[in-house]
Design a protein around this ligand. Structure first.
Ligand code: YXS
Length: 259
């Protein structure tokens, strides 16, 4: 049973994340299907991709598939982690990706949505960044995506509280481009996509890549990188990280001890 639905029409490709029973948790299997679909779109010279869940969902994505996070002692969000692979696939896709968002966006799902180039959400959508809820040591790429999107105090509030923010606040912060009612969002997104399709795909894909390179342009000395990796290791080696995973698996609240 495929975990996504895809459609292409008029140089616009659509990917519908369709793993309802796990609330579109970003498992390796789901991510593999999405990245394969993006590769097909690239070969078909698709000029805009739309990433969405089925109309009317309560959850756009529940974030990283927690059942696939490694136990303590191993970096859960390393370079080759499937969530990182998906974020890079979206950012490096040679055409704009529009996130059509209905429902809750959780954890790594927010990073996937924020990796998209244009975000359109319904008034009921919410956005929650949750590493602190699970005791996960977020990675530099994910933090960079976030601080490129929102002011530092807002990034800290979202990270430290792990609470969902409503679409209206996301719009005010510039995280999303538009709020559209559920009855109008599809027509609006595909209208936007058609405007983009009418323009030069070469100019657009080069500007997208220029902006990606500019946004990621940071100087980080090897010593600073090693210091940061050492800090992250303290977290994924900790009992708290394991407690976060165990609590999720046992469907109970975690009891973090700070060690
Ligand atoms: O009990 P069954 O087998 O039916 O499975 C349940 C959930 O366990 C499963 N599920 C997930 N499985 C793996 N990873 C997930 N992230 C995940 N989320 C849900 O889906 C089945 C239905 O879930 P249920 O009964 O809770 O659905 P609901 O409609 O009552 O509630 C929907 C949510 C999204 C509010 C709820 O499922 C939830 O709070 N999920 C976890 C959201 C979250 O904390 N995501 C962050 C994952 S960690 C991550 O993304 C990064 C590592 S980080 O933390 O660094 O950002």
């Amino acid at each position: 049973m495929p975990l996504i639905l895809t459609e292409t029409q008029d140089a616009i490709g659509t990917i519908v994340m369709n793993h309802a029973q796990k609330r579109n948790a970003l498992s390796e299997a789901l991510i593999g299907e999405i990245t394969t679909a993006l590769e097909c779109f690239r070969e078909q010279n698709i000029r805009v991709a739309v990433l969405r869940a089925p109309a009317g969902v309560k959850v756009w994505s529940a974030g990283h598939d927690v059942s696939e996070l490694p136990d303590r002692g191993r970096d859960p969000l390393g370079w080759s982690d499937s969530l990182r692979v998906l974020v890079r696939a979206i950012q490096e896709f040679p055409a704009p990706v529009i996130a059509l968002i209905e429902g809750g966006v959780w954890g790594g799902g927010c990073e996937v949505a924020m990796a998209c180039d244009i975000l359109v959400a319904t008034p009921e959508a919410t956005f929650a960044i949750t590493p602190a809820k699970l005791g996960v040591p977020y990675n530099l790429g994910g933090l960079l995506t976030l601080i490129n999107m929102v002011p530092l105090p807002v990034a800290k509030e979202m990270l430290f509280t792990a609470q969902p923010i409503p679409t209206a606040q996301a719009l005010n912060l510039g995280i999303i481009n538009y709020i559209k009612p559920a009855a109008e969002i599809e027509a609006f997104v595909y209208g936007l996509a058609s405007q983009i399709v009418a323009n030069s795909p070469l100019s657009i894909s080069v500007m997208k890549e220029e902006l990606r390179l500019l946004a990621s342009a940071r100087t980080l000395s090897p010593e600073l990188f090693e210091r940061i990796q050492g800090l992250r290791r303290v977290v994924y080696d900790s009992h708290d990280y394991q407690e976060g995973l165990n609590a999720f698996r046992e469907k109970r609240k975690p009891r973090f001890q700070g060690e």
